[in-house]
Design a protein around this ligand. Structure first.
Ligand SMILES: [Zn+2]
Ligand SMILES: [Zn+2]
Length: 156
């Protein structure tokens, strides 16, 4: 997995915020949870559970894919991670929290983060708000990425 250009202190800040979140939600802070969350925020490619597992087992050699799957599920329940919308199976995870949007390439599956401020404040239509509890709002784009369009030009 390519690593994000986070410096260590940025990771440490996110990890301590994560520990606070766990405490708030009455969740035990285990080495497994820390490792899974760390792998998630260190990656920029919205990994699958399998990819997180490959990363985490370098440090925790006896962790199972099942544990990673369950941990990812727990993280999404407390809002520390979420499943990237529109990606189908296998699910792709993001530890970046709120504050960014996604573009997904339908050809190569690349998911790119972007942040466009007006999208942070989209309003929930009243008819939806009245009937349901909206927990997360997001804007999602899909299409062809620059790499894929470049490849296409080369072929034709
Ligand atoms: Zn692409
Ligand atoms: Zn993202």
């Amino acid at each position: 997995m390519p690593e994000k250009n986070h410096n260590e202190s940025e990771l440490e800040v996110k990890l301590s915020e994560f520990e606070i979140l766990c405490k708030t939600k009455g969740l035990k802070i285990t080495p497994q949870r820390i490792a899974v969350y760390r792998a998630l925020i260190a990656s920029s490619c919205h990994p699958t559970a399998e990819e997180v597992y490959q990363q985490v087992r370098r440090d925790l050699s006896n962790i199972s894919l099942d544990t990673v799957n369950r941990t990812l599920h727990t993280l999404t329940e407390i809002g520390a991670a979420f499943v990237v919308e529109g990606t189908g199976q296998p699910r792709r995870y993001d530890g970046g929290g709120e504050g960014h949007q996604h573009f997904r390439c339908i050809k190569c599956g690349r998911i790119v983060d972007f942040h466009y401020e007006p999208f942070d404040n989209i309003t929930v239509p009243e008819l939806l708000d009245r009937q349901f509890a909206v927990l997360r709002k997001t804007v999602y784009f899909e299409g062809l990425c620059d790499v894929c369009m470049g490849t296409k030009q080369l072929i034709n």
